[in-house]
Design a binder for this molecule. Sequence first.
Ligand code: FBP
Length: 280
Amino acid sequence: MTEIFDAIKHAAIGISRAIVNADTGATSHTNATGDTQLKLDVLSDHIIEEAFASVTSVQAIISEEKEVQTPLHVKGRYIVGYDPLDGSSLVDVNLSVGSIFGIYEGGISGANLKAAVYVVYGPRVELVIAHEDVRLYRLTPEGAFAFVRTLTLNPKGKLNAPGGTQQHWPAHHKAMIGGLFAQGYRLRYSGGMVPDLHQILLKGGGLFSYPATSDVPKGKLRMVFEVFPFAFVYTLAGGEAIDGNVPLLSLTPSHAHDTTPCFFGSREEIATVRATYANH
Ligand code: FBP
C-alpha cells in the first residue's frame, strides 16, 4: 500500500504544478458522464496514469475520465479508482479543487475499499490518507508531504453543505436542510466536494449532502471515484456516510460510472438524515 500512497503523492505534486501553470481551456472531448473535459482534467489523468505505471501492486486503474479500466500488472492486488481533478471548472475562478482515490481489492464495491486518499489543491496542498486511521499531510516547500495530525469527527458539528439545485430538491429534503439552518448550522458550500468535505472534516463535523433530485434522480456524485472514497474517510474518522437509508459502503455499482444520492457527516446529523429518509 505504501508504494500506492507514494505514487499518489508524486502525482499530486505534478497536478498542483499543472493547476498553476497549464492551459485551462476546454477540449472538444466529453467524458463517460457527458461532461466537457478540460485540458487540466486530461493532463491530471495522464500524470496519475504515469505515476501508477510502475507500481506493481496495482492490477488496474479506472479514471472518472475514462469509460473502461486500464490494466497494469496482472499479479497486482489492487484496483485504483480515481477522479483526477474533481470540480475542475472551479480552477478558472481560483477556488480549491481536488483529486480523489479509492484503493479496491477484489472488484469495485464499497465493501472492497481498503484505503482512500484525497488531495486538496488550495492555498496549500494537503493530502489525507484513510487507512487504519485518517491522517492529514501538508506539502512543504521542499516538496515532501509532512504529517500534520490525525483527523476525527465530533459527534455533532456546525456546518451544512447542501448540494444540488434547490428548485429540484424533494420536499422532505428541503425541510431537513431548513431544519438544520433553523438550529444554527452555518452554510459552507463552494461547489467542490473535496474542499467542502475537507472543511467539515477539519472543523470537526456537520453535514454534506447531495440528494436525489428531480433533475438527477440517482444523485450526481459517482460511487467509485467520489462517494466510496469519502464514505471510507468519514466512517474511519468516526462519522457516517449513507445514501439516505443504508451505508454507502454497502453499495455495489452495476457500472463503474454509477451515481448515488449521498450524505456524509457526524453521527448526529446522519441520524437526522436517517429519520428524514426513513419513509422515502
Ligand atoms: P464534476 O465531476 O463535474 O466536477 O462534478 C463534481 C462536483 O463538482 C462536486 O465536486 C461537487 O460537490 C458537485 O459537483 C457540485 O454540484 P452542484 O453544483 O450541482 O451542487
